[in-house]
Design a protein around this ligand. Structure first.
Ligand code: MN3
Length: 200
């Protein structure tokens, strides 16, 4: 059974001016689509063919670079599209707000720490907010298409992520990654993040 590129719940231009339509079109239609097709080719006829993407990544052999890069790329972008939206931004509400405030003291502190993780990731990678089994939240970052559920990850469940590969922002922001990170906070769908948080 092959993995499918998930449907976007909004139009390519829905996140403008924070994320431009051309970047969305290429990022989703070329990059994410490419990871999806490569992943399907790699697992075809193997023991991974009928596993969920979570099962594949949790039991991943890190030496398997093709599966690591494309399986990670598939999973990471699925979450990324999901946690953004045209009516996003502002401050979190509900349970996730309470947890952020108790773990990081305030939303502003959380935003500063998350932004630092995203801005200091050298080269290509991701910043993450993860929920651990004991309820603790943790910010981490990963290189390339690695993620927290891989054997080298923090072990938490990802509930929020930010792609800091240049392909995610270069058309609009060029080398200004900090401006892109700031703009990302205008499109976070906190209602969806809260839903994911409660389902973990
Ligand atoms: Mn990307």
């Amino acid at each position: 059974m092959a993995f499918e590129l998930p449907k976007l719940n909004y139009a390519f231009d829905a996140l403008e001016p924070n994320i431009d339509a051309k970047t969305m079109e290429i990022h989703y239609g070329k990059h994410h689509n490419g990871y999806t097709n490569n992943l399907n080719n790699i697992i075809s006829g193997t023991e991974n063919e009928n596993k969920s993407i979570e099962e594949i990544l949790q039991s991943l052999n890190l030496e398997n670079k093709g599966l690591r890069n494309n399986g990670g790329g598939y999973f990471n972008h699925n979450l990324f599209w999901q946690i953004m939206g045209p009516n996003g931004g502002g401050s979190p509400t509900s349970e996730i707000s309470d947890s952020i405030n108790s773990q990081f003291e305030s939303f502003e502190n959380f935003k500063a720490e998350f932004s630092k993780a995203a801005s200091t990731r050298f080269g290509s990678g991701w910043a993450w907010l993860c929920a651990h089994e004991n309820g603790n939240l943790e910010i981490c970052s990963t290189a390339n298409q690695d993620n927290p559920i891989m054997p080298n990850g923090c072990g938490g469940n990802p509930i929020l992520c930010l792609d800091v590969w240049e392909h995610a922002y270069y058309l609009n922001y060029q080398n200004r990654r900090p401006d892109y990170i700031e703009a990302f906070f205008n499109v976070i769908n906190w209602e969806e993040v809260n839903r994911i948080f409660l389902n973990k």
